[in-house]
Each structure stands twice: as structure tokens, then as C-alpha cells.
Design a protein around this ligand. Structure first.
Ligand code: IPE
Ligand code: IPE
Ligand code: MG
Length: 224
């Protein structure tokens, strides 16, 4: 049976859910937060140590301003409401991605990380303004500036995910089969699960089923 330390999730399909049910993409983003809470709960039940959630990519800035503003307002309210609960539940929050937001959001993110820094039960890596290619370039530049060797250890050392084991599995909801610039280096040997359901429809049962399936997979890492 495979042990699960780290689950990464591309939470896709909010916009389509919103259009289908309430006629606005943003209503889907709001609904998607309920799934986030369910997935955190199940991750804790399964003793998972790291949960990486793709919330906003470096490419998502191409979206209409109104949608971007809505997403960041949602994030702001979520963090303001949840940080004390995270502390109660011993959850640590880490942002992966470049913190280039408004002062207000940057401060909130830094404070949220600081307040939960010592927590140990589950670490949530929230990917915000995250792009794997720019993360890798950043790492190569760091290695270059420090006149170090380009090797796996050094490349990993300068990624946002330094000291975090690579994801055991990646889940992408929303019936789309691509990585969209998420953790390209870290996912080299992860098991990938593409899920038809849109993110707001994804539930505890769906998640548990994937975890169960994962546990039975034979992982070869090139061996036989
Ligand atoms: C994912 O859902 C959430 C974000 C990218 C913020 P989408 O907003 O991409 O939803 P679809 O794929 O358009 O349905
Ligand atoms: C990936 O979803 C990013 C997040 C879930 C945050 P997108 O909906 O942005 O991906 P593409 O554009 O369809 O590849
Ligand atoms: Mg999408």
C-alpha cells in the first residue's frame, strides 16, 4: 500500500459550474470554496501532510478584471475567516508563487503564513500567481548567481516547494487533461488523476475514491 504524504490539486471547472447553475462564472468560484473545505477535512482524516492547491496561475491575469477582483476578494474573506480555524486545527498555510498583489493582499498573506507557521498537522501550499516555468527560471538564476552546480538537489532547493516532498498524486477536476504550468518539475513521478466533475461538484467521496485507488498503484520509478 502506498503511503500518501502530498496531494496536489488543480481545482478547475468553477466558471463552467457557475454558468451552468447560476449564470455567472463568479458564483462558481464562490461554490468552489465549499469543496476546498471538504478536501481539507478529508486530507486531515487521511493523515496527509501536504496539500497543494492551484488557486491562481501566472496566466490567469489574462482574465477580465472583474473576475480577478472577485477571486481576490473571495481569497481575502476566506483567509480572514479561516485563519483562526486553521490554527485550531493545527494547519499551516504556505503561499507558493510570487506575492505581487496589492499591499493589502500581500500583508494578509504574510500575516496568515506567520500566524500558522508553527502548525504541524497539515501544510496547505496555496498556489497564487504561480507558474512552474517562472519558478524554474528563478531557481536556475539563483544557482547561477551563487556559482553552484546545476543538479537535482540544487534546482529543488530554490523552488517554492523547497523541503516539501514531491506530490504523490495530482488531481485535476473539470474534465481537462493538461497541467497548465503547475509543478512541472515536482510532478515528474506523481500519479495523475483526471476527474470529469467540475470542482464545485467534487466531493469527499470522489476524493476518498481517488486516494484509495492511489494506494494500490505499483510505482516503478523506472524499475520493474
Ligand atoms: C478554476 O476554475 C479556478 C481558477 C482558475 C481561478 P476556472 O475558473 O478555470 O473554471 P472553468 O475552467 O472556466 O470552468
Ligand atoms: C488552471 O486552470 C489554474 C487553476 C486552477 C488555478 P485554468 O482554467 O486557468 O487552466 P487553462 O487555462 O484551462 O489551461
Ligand atoms: Mg479552467
Amino acid at each position: 500500500m502506498n503511503h500518501i504524504k502530498h496531494v496536489a490539486i488543480i481545482m478547475d471547472g468553477n466558471g463552467r459550474w457557475g454558468i451552468k447553475h447560476k449564470k455567472s462564472r463568479n458564483s462558481g468560484h464562490k461554490e468552489g470554496l465549499k469543496t476546498v473545505e471538504k478536501i481539507i477535512k478529508v486530507s486531515i482524516q487521511n493523515k496527509i501532510k501536504y496539500l497543494s492547491l492551484y488557486a491562481f496561475s501566472t496566466e490567469n491575469w489574462k482574465r477580465p478584471k472583474k473576475e480577478i477582483n472577485f477571486l481576490f476578494n473571495l481569497l481575502e474573506n476566506f483567509l480572514l475567516n479561516k485563519i483562526s480555524e486553521f490554527n485550531k486545527k493545527n494547519i499551516k498555510l504556505k503561499i507558493i508563487g510570487k506575492k505581487r498583489f496589492s499591499n493589502k493582499i500581500n500583508t494578509l498573506l504574510n500575516n496568515s503564513e506567520k500566524k500558522t507557521f508553527k502548525n504541524k498537522r497539515l501544510q496547505i501550499n496555496l498556489a497564487l500567481n504561480y507558474g512552474s516555468k517562472s519558478e524554474l527560471i528563478h531557481s536556475f538564476n539563483k544557482i547561477n548567481r551563487n556559482k553552484q552546480k546545476i543538479n537535482e538537489k540544487n534546482i529543488s532547493k530554490y523552488l517554492f516547494t523547497q523541503n516539501i516532498p514531491d506530490p504523490d498524486l495530482l488531481i485535476r477536476t473539470g474534465n481537462t487533461h493538461r497541467l497548465s504550468n503547475f509543478l512541472l518539475w515536482q510532478l515528474a513521478y506523481s500519479e495523475i488523476f483526471f476527474e470529469k466533475k467540475l470542482w464545485p461538484d467534487f466531493n469527499e467521496n470522489d476524493y476518498n475514491k481517488i486516494l484509495k485507488k492511489f494506494k494500490k498503484i505499483k510505482r516503478n520509478y523506472g524499475n520493474i
